[in-house]
Design a protein around this ligand. Structure first.
Ligand SMILES: Nc1nc2c(ncn2[C@@H]2O[C@H](COP(=O)(O)OP(=O)(O)OP(=O)(O)O)[C@@H](O)[C@H]2O)c(=O)[nH]1
Ligand SMILES: [Mg+2]
Length: 231
């Protein structure tokens, strides 16, 4: 018996009529990721951000508000980051409305403290609660937040244990990292890539949810129409 298998449209024939299947190369999933970097005075927000962007540690960064754009291709995805880095002095001077604008703009947050500065650590909990109150209130899903203990290289001056950092992140349902922006690029990469993955999951889940919600809406509308027709 001879089986005839129909050729798909993407299949072409070579001169000697051998079918060649063209395997389409997968296009990477592209996604914009807006990140706001927050935290206390001189904890290394700019150092961490610049380390991720340039792989370098410069040492001094000044007190400038900066918005950076950076592309990261990883595991079949392409993330286009927009990273907003705020000096702590400016955050204190801001009125509530600009803070709210930033919170609404962001897809994810990097909250930095210094492991040598307990006050910078204790100030994080209210910040996370403020973000969650603004973003997770009206039926919105969990907003991705990474809590980062920086200056890990200064272990002789440590004032916050890794365990405390991990527990705080766990209690607030956030990701946790301990890094040294001064010593290595890898930690900074883990922080931003990890956050981008969480943002990606959240956006895809939202899309799926909206799709299902709109199907449910149309089906209910059809049934509602049928009910009124038969009355
Ligand atoms: N030893 C060490 N020093 C660091 C590290 N990260 C940053 N620093 C230093 O800490 C100081 C403050 O770093 P910045 O990145 O400017 O801190 P910031 O949080 O951006 O500060 P503001 O923008 O003023 O709020 C600088 O002198 C950095 O060189 C680190 O991982 N280890
Ligand atoms: Mg800074």
């Amino acid at each position: 018996m001879v089986l005839r298998i129909p050729l798909r449209r993407s299949t072409s024939l070579t001169p000697d009529h051998q079918p060649v299947v063209e395997v389409p190369t997968p296009t990477p999933l592209k996604m914009d990721v807006n990140v706001v970097v927050l935290g206390g005075d001189s904890v290394g927000k700019s150092a961490l951000t610049v380390r991720f962007l340039t792989r370098r540690f410069i040492g001094e960064y000044g007190e400038m508000e900066s918005l950076y754009t950076h592309t990261l291709a990883a595991e079949g995805k392409e993330f286009l980051f927009h990273i907003w880095d705020f000096p702590c002095s400016q955050l204190r001077a801001d009125d509530g409305s600009s803070e709210d604008k930033r919170i609404q703009w962001a897809d994810g947050f990097v909250l930095v403290y210094s492991i040598c500065d307990r006050a910078s650590f204790t100030s994080l909990q209210p910040k996370v609660q403020c973000i969650k109150a603004a973003r997770e209130g009206a039926g919105q899903d969990k907003v991705p937040i990474a809590i980062v203990g920086n200056k890990r290289d200064l272990h002789h001056r440590r004032a916050v244990s890794s365990e405390e950092g991990r527990l705080l992140a766990l209690s607030l349902d956030c990701e946790f990292y301990e890094v040294s922006a001064a010593e290595a690029y890898h930690g900074a990469l883990m922080v931003f890539h990890g956050l981008a993955e969480r943002v990606c999951e959240a956006k895809l889940a939202l899309k799926k949810g909206t799709g299902i919600r709109s199907i449910v809406k149309s089906v209910s509308a059809v049934f509602a129409r049928k009910r009124t027709d038969s009355m």
